[in-house]
Write a protein that binds this ligand. Structure first.
Ligand SMILES: [Zn+2]
Length: 371
């Protein structure tokens, strides 16, 4: 570990300002002192009491439970801008700092635009805005951008969520760049919060159900495959709604094959076709997931469970057919493809959340609602 990283860890002007930490002695979440909370708080109950219950206790980063944290009271600085009370990393000499896989670096700054306390009973916002450049090229013109999409400025210049997005205002936020970042967040969230997550890319906001698209038999030995999420995704694409998805499939069951377009070679997986209604008639859809990155091509050839973080491109009519469409998902960046073996997946979800026991990925991604 280089000195620059050490410097970053203990730079008091940087890093996430937390609203709660973990008490090393009780292992319970501790909120800011009561006077620092302006609104209603749900999902957490214990307030920091430095002279009482928490006297002499070390406070830990809520994301890795390793780094030592400290409480910073409300202050004014830089042109009288009020900085609310918060927890930040402590400059104690024996501070081990954040763990390698700590998700603190993926967190949004809760004090940039928030007027409300977080509601920890809600799922978080997962921003995909910083995702691979390939997303941004493909999306140009199809999603709106900029802070005006979600925010409006009040007379004091403070950004507030527009009324139609007020449900987003009290959610924690993370910003992920690749599949690995996403799985780090997944491992920290309890199942019920994960299923309530909102995934934001540009102007699109989708629920977990719309984001995780899988083609896995519900139980080993049971041959029924469910397509409801694929059908919903196809509807979104037919309607011109454009959003990222995490496609999950087993490359042991759906073997990739080599394809070449415009001199570029990719490994393509053809997922099971399904039927749906479109414009009042039945059509057949064939999902095609193609990866072009060198590492991803190797990875996807290894049999096993694969996750592809992609931005589906279009529903392309099959040449010479009037009722068949390809659903096109092309992925160029290696880091958007991840493979996990079944042992790793078992117990992955929420395995690092407070008091969390691992919950299986299949439970977290299970289809809900009518099929
Ligand atoms: Zn940490």
């Amino acid at each position: 570990m280089g000195t620059s990283q050490q410097a970053k860890k203990f730079d008091p002007s940087r890093g996430v300002k937390y609203q709660y930490v973990i008490d090393e002695v009780t292992r319970a979440p501790v909120l800011l002192p009561r006077q620092d909370h302006k609104g209603v708080i749900t999902g957490r109950e214990v307030y920091l009491d430095s002279d009482g219950d928490h006297k002499g206790h070390t406070l830990l980063c809520p994301d890795c439970e390793q780094a030592f944290m400290t409480y910073v009271p409300e202050s004014k600085r830089m042109g009288n801008i009020r900085v609310r009370g918060h927890f930040k990393i402590s400059n104690r000499k024996d501070n081990p700092g954040h763990s390698e896989d700590c998700i603190s670096e993926l967190r949004g700054d809760p004090y940039s635009s928030r007027e409300r306390e977080f509601d920890y009973s809600k799922g978080p916002i997962i921003y995909m805005n910083s995702l691979a450049p390939e997303f941004n090229e493909r999306a140009s013109g199809r999603v709106s951008r900029g802070r005006n999409v979600f925010f409006e400025e009040d007379e004091k210049g403070i950004l507030r969520f527009r009324p139609e997005y007020v449900d987003l205002a009290d959610r924690e936020s993370f910003s992920v760049k690749n599949a690995g970042d996403l799985f780090r967040v997944i491992s920290r969230l309890p199942l019920e919060r994960l299923q309530d997550a909102k995934i934001i890319y540009g102007s699109s906001v989708v629920s977990w159900d719309q984001f995780v698209i899988k083609n896995i038999q519900q139980r080993a030995g049971v041959g029924e495959t469910k397509f409801s999420r694929f059908i919903n995704l196809a509807r979104d694409l037919f309607d011109g709604k454009f959003h990222p998805v995490l496609i999950h499939f087993n490359s042991h069951l759906h073997k990739p094959r080599l394809v070449t377009f415009d001199g570029e070679t990719g490994q393509r997986v053809s997922l099971p076709r399904f039927r749906m209604d479109h414009n009042g008639r039945g059509v057949t859809v064939i999902p095609l997931v193609t990866v072009f990155g060198e590492e991803a091509k190797k990875d996807i050839r290894e049999p096993g469970r694969k996750f592809v973080l992609g931005l589906p491109k279009e529903m392309r009519p099959v040449a010479g057919s009037h009722d068949r469409y390809f659903m096109i998902v092309d992925v160029y960046t290696d880091a958007l493809v991840a493979g996990y073996d079944i042992e790793t997946l078992r117990g992955l979800v929420g395995s690092k959340s407070q008091n969390g026991k691992g919950q299986s990925w299949d439970r977290a991604s299970v289809d809900s609602g009518p099929h």
